[in-house]
Design a protein around this ligand. Structure first.
Ligand code: NAD
Length: 498
């Protein structure tokens, strides 16, 4: 599918209009610093917008607090809230192509990735949580005769939702849908690099869905200003954050300084994928793992950036991976034949280039990739070839640090114990996967691996009902399914005597 000239023209015109924050049911021109956005595929300026000032941020937080006190939304019948949530999803669905184009222009991922990977889930997650409005039951406590203990879940209050630039709309929707299903009010801070798809989403919501003022508030600006304001405010009772481990720790520190609040932290990863010698359907396993590693130009938190391959199949697997990488087509993200777009922003691109240089310096065994020749449609943008290093020392920086780009490390291993040791030799623990035909081995390895989610024989399966989140430096708490409902509520125990 290709972007139509009419859609491109409409979005180009929209980009020229002033981009405002939204709170208390009003569009508000920022009085803070000006921020310029560039298209990573060309590095041309696409838009400029103004951040909110500190004073404006306080008003935005007050508006979320006012609506929480009024509970205009919370007092609606559950069925009506479900209807409105489903309508939100439907509006996303009806505007999928426009939102996908905006996502691609600001992020650099291919239009087809935005359209087929990001947008469907961004809409469907509202349907999923709409079903929870009248199905999140309380409990009865087993207290003795003469007493009744009933236990209810209540909303937390004002929630700050802080999201990164890799899935700008999807990560926001993953938090927004359960947060308001649980009757909280929210302040959403998109990444300062990629606020546009969420701005357009808010415009569509304001035009098409009757939501109370103050329920969903969008605050634009840099992490250090807006993020700090949200994470230090005593009026914000919950921060649900997805982003880097460094910023996650800063948020934790801020949250404990003058307040005590609920935190969900979805952070970085360096996930392993193990190919045992009995991998069923080896070619299929190679294809899928290659895809989950290199799609979205390697800017996914759970992608397997470390492939551990049994020595008996190491040569075959590495050769097939390298052949696939060499055939992978970098190019203009808007063209349907492009498989890999541009890295999201210049500072991030330079950090990836730093890792490529370090690999050269320490003499890592580069099997393919590196920097592409700057010509044709990739002459100007932030492009990096899919890069694979063989026989990597598991302790070197490239094997240990999250690069968040298309750089893959391969490690041969002899025994299951050795594979588990290499896989767990990481400060992160977001996801891990492996391929085997042996059921006993599958259960043992799944229990031994230190990660929040384990994929057996199909890396990267996701479902709205499956818990998502990490251990170790990859985060705190879980999202999705009932876990998001629990993360956005608190328990109240009510004891009565009769
Ligand atoms: P980042 O941590 O730099 O920024 C994330 C968000 O935090 C942005 O909105 C940013 O403006 C804001 N921020 C920055 N400084 C802040 C501060 N001091 N206080 C409050 N907010 C602040 O991350 P990024 O570069 O946007 O995204 C890439 C990172 O996100 C990677 O580490 C990746 O692994 C992680 N990520 C994790 C998951 C997950 O579910 N575990 C999913 C996607 C991305």
């Amino acid at each position: 599918m290709q972007v139509s000239p009419a859609l491109f023209e409409r979005v180009s015109k929209w980009l020229k209009q002033e981009k405002k924050s939204y709170f208390n049911g009003q569009w508000v021109s920022g009085e803070g610093e000006a921020i310029t956005l560039y298209n990573p595929a060309t590095e041309e300026k696409i838009c400029e917008y103004a951040a909110l000032s500190q004073k404006q941020l306080e008003c935005a937080i007050d508006s979320a607090e006012d609506e929480f006190k009024k509970q205009t939304w919370g007092k609606l019948p559950a069925r009506e809230r479900a209807r409105l949530l489903r309508q939100m999803g439907e509006v996303v669905r009806e505007n999928t192509e426009e939102l996908a184009l905006i996502e691609t222009l600001q992020n650099g991922k291919t239009f087809l990735e935005s359209l087929n990977d990001d947008l469907p889930d961004s809409a469907d997650v509202f349907d999923y949580y709409a079903g929870w409005t009248d199905k999140f039951y309380g409990e009865l406590g087993p207290v003795g005769y003469g007493s009744l203990n009933y236990i209810v879940r209540e909303p937390l209050g004002v929630c700050g939702l802080i999201v990164p630039w890799n899935f700008p709309l999807l990560m926001t929707m993953w938090k927004l849908a359960p947060a308001i299903t649980a009757n909280n009010t929210v302040l959403i801070k998109p990444s300062s690099y990629t606020p546009l798809s969420f701005i357009r989403f808010m415009e569509l919501m304001v035009e098409r869905v009757k939501l109370p003022a103050g329920l969903i508030n969008m605050v634009l600006g840099q992490g250090r200003a807006v993020g700090d304001a949200l994470t230090t405010s005593k009026k914000v009772n919950k921060i649900s954050f997805t982003g880097s481990t460094v910023v996650g720790k800063k948020i934790m520190e801020n949250s404990g300084k003058n307040h005590l609040r609920s935190l969900s932290l979805e952070l970085g990863g360096k996930s392993p994928c193990i190919f045992f010698e009995d991998t069923p359907n080896l070619d299929e396993a190679i294809n899928r793992s290659f895809h989950v590693m290199f799609s979205q130009k390697g800017e996914k938190c759970t992608e397997p950036t470390r492939f551990l391959i049994h020595e008996s199949i190491y040569k075959e697997v590495s050769e097939k991976l390298v052949a696939k990488a060499k055939a992978y087509r970098l190019g203009d993200p808007l063209k349907p034949e492009t498989q890999q777009g541009a890295q999201c922003h210049r500072a991030h691109f330079e950090s990836i280039v730093g890792y490529l240089e370090e690999a050269e310096r320490i003499g890592l065994n580069k099997l393919c990739g590196g920097m592409p020749e700057k010509k044709g449609e990739i002459a100007k943008g932030l492009y990096v070839l899919p890069t694979i290093y063989g026989d990597v020392d598991p302790n070197c920086r490239l094997a240990q640090e999250e690069i968040f780009g298309p750089l893959l490390c391969l490690f041969p291993f002899k025994t299951d114990e050795q594979a588990i040791e290499i896989a767990n030799n990481s400060e992160y623990g977001l996801a891990a996967g492996f391929y085997t035909a042996n059921l006993a081995r599958a259960h043992t390895v799944a229990r031994e691996l230190q990660a929040g989610q384990i994929f057996i024989n199909k890396y990267g399966q996701y479902d709205f009902s499956a818990p998502f989140g990490g251990v170790k430096q990859s985060g705190l708490g879980r999202e999705m399914g009932i876990h998001s409902m629990e993360a956005f509520t608190q328990v109240k125990s009510i004891l009565t005597s009769f």
